[in-house]
Design a protein around this ligand. Structure first.
Ligand SMILES: [Mn+2]
Length: 333
């Protein structure tokens, strides 16, 4: 069942917390400031307020730029095929293929609760699952808060602050610090509300978005030096390679949030980045203020939002760039 009505979501959530002894929480692959911060917020609610044995299941390494959310205070485990849960909650993702763990985890839980704001494809909908999907929601964290606003009163002061930090991070992540087109009244209102729980906005912006080092900036410089325009001059694209990462002593974690560097280029319809994850394996990110880039991503079995989407593709750097850029050129004609 797909739902947006908060009353029904609250009822379902109450049902789950009353009937579950164990809950697993999962987000998408390359966990980010929305999905993973929402997992941490929900973990503390289930664990501390409802006293349910909860764990976050994650196969990636925990990203450095989210360590200020104190992952050491949560139970985070990789996939274990021998473990079963009463409920599995999936945040910021609605496709088994994009989970940050083995998709078999779907068969390890009685109830499946999916909370997400990505576009959902009809063929992936399973009638046995409960979906809370709102493609217009700014972040998954905001969606959590819509049905948990009363519940968090049960937290102590410290946990309220940690919750506020998590939810604020989901907003920063998905609005890029209130500059993306999706920025709306709900996120400003909620940001204000979160300051009542001890949020220090400047501190979170520093920890999550600004804190950096020389190597990272050199890597950005190298990547930006590859910037080019397509024949029509409507697409700006750049690439980053494993060699660049290696030269600067960085991991693929440095690939996150790179599109913010090309956001302001004037007279461009679409920004594209090509990131090398393995030899001849690339992830392509698409951003646009005017075109529905999710449609392009879906053509390559990827997904996302209208303004921000992505997909994976194999091939050499040159062929991948040529194929994708030509394809987008014909798409925007
Ligand atoms: Mn998100």
């Amino acid at each position: 069942m797909i739902n947006k009505e908060i009353k029904i979501v609250k009822e379902y959530f109450n049902n789950i917390v009353c009937s579950s002894k164990t809950i697993a929480i999962v987000t998408h692959t390359n966990p980010d400031g929305d999905g993973l911060s929402a997992c941490i917020a929900l973990y503390h609610i289930l664990n501390k307020i409802y006293k349910i044995k909860t764990e976050i299941i994650m196969d990636s390494i925990f990203p450095n730029n989210l360590k200020f959310l104190k992952p050491e205070e949560c139970i985070i485990n990789p996939y274990d095929e021998n473990k079963f849960f009463d409920t599995l909650i999936i945040l910021d993702c609605n496709e088994p293929e994009r989970l940050d763990t083995n998709k078999k985890i779907f068969s390890k839980a009685k109830n499946i609760f999916i909370i997400d704001h990505h576009i959902i494809k009809n063929e992936t909908i399973n009638n046995d699952y409960f979906y809370f999907i709102d493609e217009n929601a700014v972040s998954t964290g905001i969606m959590l808060h819509r049905f948990l606003d009363n519940v968090i009163q049960g937290f102590n002061q410290n946990d309220k602050r940690l919750y506020a930090n998590c939810i604020y991070t989901t907003i920063l992540n998905d609005t890029n610090n209130f500059v993306n087109k999706n920025t709306n009244q709900e996120c400003f209102t909620l940001a204000g509300e979160l300051t009542n729980y001890g949020l220090n906005p400047a501190e979170i912006v520093y920890q999550f978005l600004l804190k950096t080092n020389l190597n990272y900036l050199k890597f950005i410089g190298q990547s930006m030096s590859t910037l080019a325009l397509s024949t029509s001059q409507k697409i700006a694209y750049f690439y980053s390679t494993l060699t660049m990462l290696k030269e600067n002593n960085l991991t693929t974690q440095a690939y996150s949030k790179m599109m913010k560097w090309t956001k302001g280029i004037a007279n461009i319809e679409i920004q594209v980045s090509f990131q090398e994850y393995r030899e001849n394996e690339f992830r392509v990110s698409l951003r646009s203020e005017t075109k529905d880039v999710a449609k392009i991503a879906q053509k390559y079995s990827g997904g996302g939002h209208k303004e921000a989407a992505g997909f994976k593709i194999n091939g050499t750097l040159q062929t991948v760039i040529k194929t994708v850029i030509n394809d987008i050129e014909s798409f925007i004609k």
